[in-house]
Design a protein around this ligand. Structure first.
Ligand SMILES: Nc1ncnc2c1ncn2[C@@H]1O[C@H](COP(=O)(O)OP(=O)(O)OP(=O)(O)O)[C@@H](O)[C@H]1O
Ligand SMILES: [Mg+2]
Length: 332
């Protein structure tokens, strides 16, 4: 078996919506692979097909060498799944939830006891194991769900939005557990997220998905490098000048245009600090007043904007940030 997960043109249609459109990916054993995309991109649908919850409309997929349609039982034996929406029983204790899962997978009493101890310690919930889940914080519930997904020693773990709705500190904690179980237990992980920082920090490779299709796939550094340097954002006094400015940069060949909106132009250049004077000189020669300039390293959001023309918006961003995002992502 060469790959832990291998899909070939896998597709899912719901009536008139093509949620996943001919996706082909190969994930190596031991890899931590991310699917990054905005709401409705098709991430959960892809995970649902790979975990045999729903049947593909076309194409095929192997998980740990087993066909998701023909060998669904064998696939299930080899995977763990942590769903986007919680599926814990909050009237039971943490330990009882784990025990129930172990029973469903046919683990005997002794194995269950040992494994519960191991997974609780892995996510540092030993001390709260006998409290009712209803009394857990959101972060603790997430950790318990991850522990549950690991109970039966799966080779492949699917994590659908593992840190959705958690505060930044708890989110970083969960990242540590995910990294730890990938390294220490050697579990192959496929996670979905719409947090670009999460994908960036955690994943060996990332497939950026939008409208059911992969728009880019590589390791985080290569994805960012592919934009060709540092990102410079230029604020323009007159909205009408945006196209004119882009044209003069393109003619000069000094920069790649990532995107533009009503009064801002985003470009990438190598050695950004040294290029700013030249960039401003060109604007001045073209008679275009620039009112602000900023320089930063590219993010995965820039990569997403470059390929789709839109930003990935976090659901949890503050209202002010949300307004800022909309302003930046509005296209002419
Ligand atoms: N059972 C269903 N019936 C009809 N349409 C569906 C169904 N499940 C998903 N879809 C549609 O398929 C598309 C992809 O949905 P999916 O849940 O896979 O996206 P997602 O990337 O997981 O989004 P999110 O970040 O919001 O979780 C959406 O347009 C959604 O409305
Ligand atoms: Mg989803």
């Amino acid at each position: 078996m060469l790959y832990a997960i291998e899909t070939s043109g896998i597709t899912k249609r719901f009536d008139d919506v093509t949620a996943v459109n001919k996706i082909s990916i190969s994930v190596k054993p031991g890899e931590l692979f991310g699917l990054l995309g905005p709401n409705g991109a098709g991430k959960t649908t892809l995970i649902s097909m790979l975990s045999t919850m729903i049947e593909p409309s076309g194409g095929s997929a192997l998980v740990w060498g087993y066909n998701v349609m023909k060998d669904a039982d064998a696939v299930r034996q080899n995977i763990g799944v942590v769903f986007q929406d919680t599926t814990l029983d909050d009237r039971l204790t943490g330990r009882e939830n784990l025990d129930l899962h172990g029973r469903l997978y046919g683990l005997d009493g002794k194995t269950r006891k040992e494994r519960i101890k191991e997974v609780l310690s892995l996510v540092e919930l030993t001390e709260r194991a006998d409290a009712i889940v209803k009394t857990y914080s959101g972060g603790m519930m997430r950790r318990l769900e991850i522990a549950r997904g690991l109970m039966h020693h799966p080779h492949v773990l699917f994590l659908d939005e593992p840190t959705l709705g958690l505060d930044p500190q708890t989110r970083m904690h969960i990242w540590d557990y995910i990294k730890k179980l990938n390294k220490e237990e050697g579990v192959t992980i496929l996670l979905t997220t719409h947090y670009m920082e999460e994908a960036d920090r955690l994943c060996d490779r990332i497939a950026i998905i939008d409208n059911g299709e992969i728009v880019a796939l590589d390791n985080p550094q290569n994805l960012k490098n592919s934009l060709g340097g540092d990102v410079i954002t230029l604020g323009l006094e007159n909205p009408g000048d945006v196209d004119k400015l882009c044209n003069s940069y393109q003619k000069d060949g000094c920069a790649n245009i990532i995107t533009q909106n009503q009064n801002e132009v985003f470009i990438t250049v190598n050695n950004g600090e040294r290029q700013i004077p030249h960039i401003l000189l060109l604007a001045s020669q073209a008679g275009i007043p620039i009112i602000s300039v900023s320089l930063r390293k590219p993010t995965l959001d820039d990569v997403f904007i470059h390929y789709t023309g839109r930003a990935i918006r976090d659901k949890e961003v503050s209202v002010m940030e949300e307004v800022g995002y909309k302003m930046r992502s509005r296209r002419k």
